[in-house]
Design a protein around this ligand. Structure first.
Ligand code: HGY
Ligand code: MN
Ligand code: MN
Length: 446
């Protein structure tokens, strides 16, 4: 297999400018005029997916959409059993989002692949643009990557969006088949999944670093909690006779804050709260809240969840209310793969880019892809630490650095990936069967 020659691609500045232009082009495509919002299988998602697919094809990739709308660009490779490197991130957004969360990771990877200029690689390379990471439409995250690893909870298919459309019907209406969910990489040999993503926090900026290499991602739990009381007339119902769930919810929100302030590294957020029936002159009959709670250590996360639920039960008893809760998403924390991360770090050093190591509280598709293959993340500095907000930003120079590192990483991997008979390959694993679990390391460097 001819080794990859040094391909003269765009300059770092040209690449960064082109990537940021494309981020702007995608930012103009939204389901909510005036702000950036793209939900699972929405019209805006269809439009950005079509545009990114065109860019992928112009870069020489073969494109396809899987059954939940993930866009996959496959780099030409003649060997069907070649080990696979997967790059990418997500194209969907939260509501009123920034321009870079997810999108920048897809476009950085695309630019790095484009710069290869169709040079042959000794491994297969797939660029994935996930259809849903944020969980905006159905309240549960990572639909794209979960479907890709063959782990989409069938109960989730019955979840309804605000218009009452089930996830299964949304997938069918889009042209997919929700019964077809299976691990895309079963039986394949995997090098790993490498995701470039903005840090979304203040650490790299505080340390004066342009890029970081992920150490670990926090575990998380998304819950729905509901207090049921008794609706009534706001004017005629004496205070002493009320069973009003809204003050109970207020107590619970403060309890969430107190617990997270007390417990180091715990973060907990009530992002949604909806009294029902939701009229100003009606005492609510019930109030439903979201709870997003995260911690790097899973035992501490489990303890914190139980402590909060106990607190909710005692609030409900004291106020003569009913309390119900449903765990929507529960994900243990994950460590980045040491070998792939080392290759990323060494590559950054070799191209003269300083990096730091950091653990993240944000959830990423890497959490899910790590279930079936080695995972590593390249993080970009977030000026002001702002994300999930229109003021989300990146520095063009950092985008240029990330492009250089990703491009050089692919080239370095190509140089180090030699035919199996010499067994000096970087780590490859084979994904076995439907479980999507990983097989035994075929071989790896010391
Ligand atoms: O919620 C998260 O951390 C990610 O942005 N989906
Ligand atoms: Mn996000
Ligand atoms: Mn993201």
């Amino acid at each position: 297999m001819p080794m990859i020659e040094q391909v003269i691609g765009p300059s770092t500045e040209e690449a960064a400018a082109s990537i940021l232009e494309r981020c702007e082009a995608l930012a103009r495509i939204t389901d909510e005029p005036g702000r950036i919002t793209r939900g699972f299988l929405s019209p805006a998602m269809a439009e950005v997916t079509t545009l990114v697919a065109r860019w992928m094809e112009e870069a020489g990739l073969q494109t396809e959409l899987d059954i939940v709308g993930n866009l996959i660009g496959t780099y030409p490779c003649t060997d069907d059993d070649a080990p696979v490197l997967v790059l990418g991130s997500h194209l969907d957004t939260v509501s009123d989002a920034g321009r870079y969360d997810g999108i920048l990771g897809v476009l950085l990877a695309l630019a790095a692949v484009e710069a290869l200029d169709r040079a042959p690689l000794p491994f297969a390379l797939e660029l994935v643009a996930f259809a849903d990471e944020e969980g905006l439409r159905y309240g549960v995250p990572f639909l794209g990557s979960r479907a890709m690893v063959g782990d989409l909870d069938p109960a989730w298919l019955r979840r309804r969006d605000r218009e009452g459309v089930t996830m299964a019907d949304a997938i069918k209406a889009w042209g997919g088949d929700p019964t077809e969910v299976r691990c895309r990489y079963a039986g394949r040999r995997m090098i790993g999944f490498v995701e470039a993503h903005i840090e979304q926090g203040p650490v790299l900026e505080q340390r004066g670093l342009p890029l970081g290499i992920l150490e670990a991602l926090s575990g998380a739990c998304w819950m729905r909690i509901r207090f049921d009381g008794c609706a009534g007339h706001a004017g005629t119902t004496p205070m002493a006779l009320r069973r009003d769930p809204v003050p109970a919810a207020a107590e619970m929100v403060l309890a969430v804050e107190h617990l997270a302030l007390r417990e180091p590294d715990l973060v907990a957020t009530v992002g949604k709260m909806r009294p029902s029936p939701g009229a100003s002159n009606v005492i609510a009959g019930s109030v439903e809240m979201s709870l997003d709670i995260r911690h790097p250590d899973d035992r501490c996360l489990a303890r914190s969840i139980e402590s909060l639920l106990d607190n909710c039960r005692s609030i409900a008893r004291r106020r003569d209310l009913q309390m119900h809760h449903e765990v929507l998403h529960r994900q243990r924390g994950v460590e980045a793969d040491a070998r792939v991360s080392a290759l990323l770090r060494e590559t950054a050093n070799a191209v003269g880019v300083e990096t730091g190591e950091l653990a993240l509280g944000a959830g990423h598709d890497s959490l899910i892809m790590a279930r079936i293959m080695p995972m590593a993340m390249l993080l970009l500095r977030s000026p002001g630490g702002v994300s999930h907000h229109p003021d989300e930003a990146v520095l063009p120079a950092d985008v240029g650095d990330a492009f250089d590192v990703l491009h050089a990483f692919i080239q370095r991997l190509a140089r180090e990936t030699v035919p199996d008979d010499r067994k000096t390959d970087p780590v490859f694993i084979r994904v076995d069967g439907d479980s999507g679990s990983t097989g035994v390391d075929l071989d790896c460097k010391g």
